[in-house]
Design a protein around this ligand. Structure first.
Ligand SMILES: [Zn+2]
Ligand SMILES: [Zn+2]
Length: 271
């Protein structure tokens, strides 16, 4: 769903990326915009469902059989589903009123809670972030390829290549289990908070929606750039061994932060 974010630039200034990156960024922006719009819509529909269930009344439900007067076009009489259902409900729940109150309390709580707070969990977001790991595994495989298939006349620095490879893996782990879930979580929090449509006319609603969606995107991208900048700072500071160590610490910190943010600030609608 939010896979549009599932690409993380590796940070190396490579000329091959001059065309690929803007193209990927453009695709990501479109997909990301769409995801943000859809997520806001989702939270709005959960809210609507909540309000509808809160006023649920069995009596309000329409029945096809009753609407056509219990007779088909060719004059045959139809059994009344409504009477059958109501008698079943009375048998199971004691009375129709008791059934109504079960829907308004237990069913309402379970359904909206599951929809609003159990869809966007840490686990779900890690699963969505897995392509980030693939990207870094791809990065990690290049130095290993140098070791396994060295170019003629070149000395292979096994130790060095292994460390470069380990660095890519560390970045992938941090991204998949830390950074990207944090970004996804931020997106879900923001879209949940800003789910409401502003304005009375359709045109105003559309304009305000575009503005809201774009501000969500800008905030998430700013945080993303901040994270990337911090990571790159850590990468270029000190020796390769040193950067491996700081990167491992960084990974640990972001993963703990990611888990804590999901636990302490779960995405939920306060009804
Ligand atoms: Zn019916
Ligand atoms: Zn009927």
């Amino acid at each position: 769903m939010v896979l549009g974010m599932g690409f993380v630039p590796t940070g190396e200034k490579n000329n091959d990326h001059a065309v690929m990156w803007p193209a990927m960024a453009a695709i990501a922006a479109v997909v990301f915009y769409w995801s943000v719009a859809k997520m806001r819509e989702f939270f709005r529909s959960v809210e609507t469902l909540h309000h509808e269930l809160k006023q649920f009344q069995c009596e309000d439900c329409l029945c096809y059989c009753c609407s056509i007067g219990h007779a088909t076009v060719d004059g045959q009489t139809l059994l009344c589903d409504r009477r059958i259902l109501l008698s079943c409900i009375t048998r199971w729940f004691g009375s129709v009123q008791a059934f109504d109150s079960v829907v308004r309390s237990e069913v309402l709580t379970c359904l909206t809670e599951q929809l609003a707070s159990q869809v966007f969990t840490y686990k779900e977001f890690v699963v969505m972030a897995v392509p980030v790991l693939w990207l870094h595994m791809d990065d990690a495989s290049t130095p290993l390829d140098w070791i396994l298939r060295p170019a003629d006349g070149h000395t292979v620095w096994v130790d060095y290549e292994m460390k470069i490879s380990a660095r890519a893996i560390l970045r992938g782990v941090g991204g998949t289990f830390g950074n990207v879930p944090i970004l996804f979580h931020l997106t879900s929090k923001l879209t949940c908070l800003l789910r409401k449509q502003v304005g009375r006319t359709e045109r105003v609603k559309l304009c305000s929606s575009v503005l809201i969606n774009c501000s969500v995107i800008v905030i998430v991208i700013l945080v993303f750039v901040g994270m990337l900048y911090l990571e790159l700072e850590l990468l270029i500071s000190g020796s390769l061994e040193g950067s491996l160590f700081t990167l491992a610490i960084f990974d640990l910190v972001v993963i703990v932060c990611a888990m804590l943010s999901f636990r302490c600030f779960p995405t939920q609608i306060n009804f």
